[in-house]
Design a protein around this ligand. Structure first.
Ligand code: ADP
Ligand code: MG
Length: 350
């Protein structure tokens, strides 16, 4: 009874704990947080100094005792405590402190598909320790498909490819479950690294991760359109040690990213190959759906379409699909329970 009373104050939460960005959805409010998954902490005191936007602005600019890091490298928790600090920071930010002790929220949280049981448990524990009353895990491609309003509970095949910062999740979903899938530890960040390597090898120029990302977003593409584009990049000349600016063209950026893009397409094809024939015929009819920030690379949708011969489109608002999906699950937990990741309880010995 009392519990029910406190529930009135508690608004349940959906979280997309992405490698690049964390988004938080609060029941009846919508998406209230969309910030980089970055934490800055003081190594001398062990204290967290900043989280999210504030911490990202510090990357590469901190004095030696402060480090700004991304706790989720490649979609898995690489630093448990820091991840937990990050989750609790975001939960506190959206949850009224007055009632938080009594009215701890229920949380639906997205995890990459194909992560290990140990990694899953780490996400769950971190969320519980950050103040959740109950934690429900959903695989990110499933959440993205729900966010895109694909008919995932029907007996038809739905294909979703979620290209994030650290991981790409490729999945075919039917009847509320994942039929075939692949989790590649290759996504948007890797393309940035390709550009960094290219600048180092071709221009003897050392550039930062943020500069590389700017190049990718400004002129990165999969096909040329006959019109040359270029973008200035500034960095440190590896020979003189001094600052230098060069111009990188769209063609050069394509050359830099080519191998990684091929691997992404190969992954998509492999998942199609592992899909039962009836579902393939659905995919041909329904198409391939791209989600995540990485899907915004110009021309990538066309390349997938060309290589798979299946119509491919970027879903609406691709970077918020996972958290919107978590929100839809929260609002309708009874009907959507089957899409959650099952937990195997440990046997209690008598
Ligand atoms: P995650 O779910 O892992 O947090 P996101 O879905 O937020 O990742 O996507 C982040 C990735 O998308 C980053 O690697 C970023 O560089 C990339 N990205 C964002 N916008 C674009 C764009 N317009 N073109 C190409 N890549 C983009
Ligand atoms: Mg994501």
């Amino acid at each position: 009874m009392l519990n029910k009373f406190f529930r009135l104050f508690s608004h349940d939460i959906g979280i997309d704990l992405g490698t690049a960005n964390t988004l938080v959805y609060v029941q009846k409010q919508g998406i209230v947080i969309n910030e980089p998954s970055v934490v800055a902490f003081n190594q001398k005191t062990g204290q967290v100094v900043a989280v999210g936007n504030e911490a990202k602005a510090m990357v590469g600019r901190t004095p030696s005792h402060i480090v700004a890091l991304r706790p989720l490298i490649e979609g898995v928790i690489s630093d448990f405590e820091i991840t937990q600090e990050m989750i609790s920071y975001f939960i506190k930010k959206v949850h009224s402190p007055r009632v938080s002790f009594f009215a701890r929220p229920r949380i639906v949280i997205g995890i990459p598909s194909g992560i290990t049981e140990v990694e899953r448990r780490a996400v769950r524990e971190a969320t519980l320790m950050a103040g959740a009353r109950e934690v429900y895990l959903v695989e990110e491609p499933m959440a993205a498909a729900i966010g895109a309003r694909l008919p995932i509970q029907e007996p038809v095949g739905n294909m979703i490819v979620d290209i994030g910062g650290g991981t790409t999740n490729i999945a075919v979903i039917s009847l509320g479950g994942i039929v075939s899938s692949m989790n590649l530890r290759l996504a948007g960040d890797h393309l940035n690294q390709d550009i960094i390597n290219y600048a180092r090898d071709e221009f003897k120029l050392l550039i930062g991760e943020r500069t590389a990302e700017e190049v990718k977003i400004a002129i990165g593409s999969v096909f040329g359109n006959g019109e040359e584009m270029e973008c200035p990049v500034r960095g440190r000349d590896l020979i003189t040690g001094l600052p230098r600016e060069v111009f990188i063209t769209d063609e050069q950026a394509r050359e830099a990213m080519g191998k990684s893009i091929k691997s992404l397409v190969k992954g998509i094809k492999e998942v199609i190959e592992a899909t039962p024939p009836e579902l393939i015929s659905d995919l041909m009819y329904r198409g391939i759906h791209l989600a995540g920030g990485g899907a915004l690379l110009k021309g990538f949708d066309k390349l997938v379409e060309k290589e798979t011969r299946i119509a491919t489109k970027i879903i609406e608002d691709p970077m918020t699909a996972v958290v919107r999906g978590c929100g839809i699950i929260l609002e309708d937990l009874d009907k959507l329970r089957e899409v959650l990741v099952e937990y195997e309880e440990e046997d209690t010995p008598y």
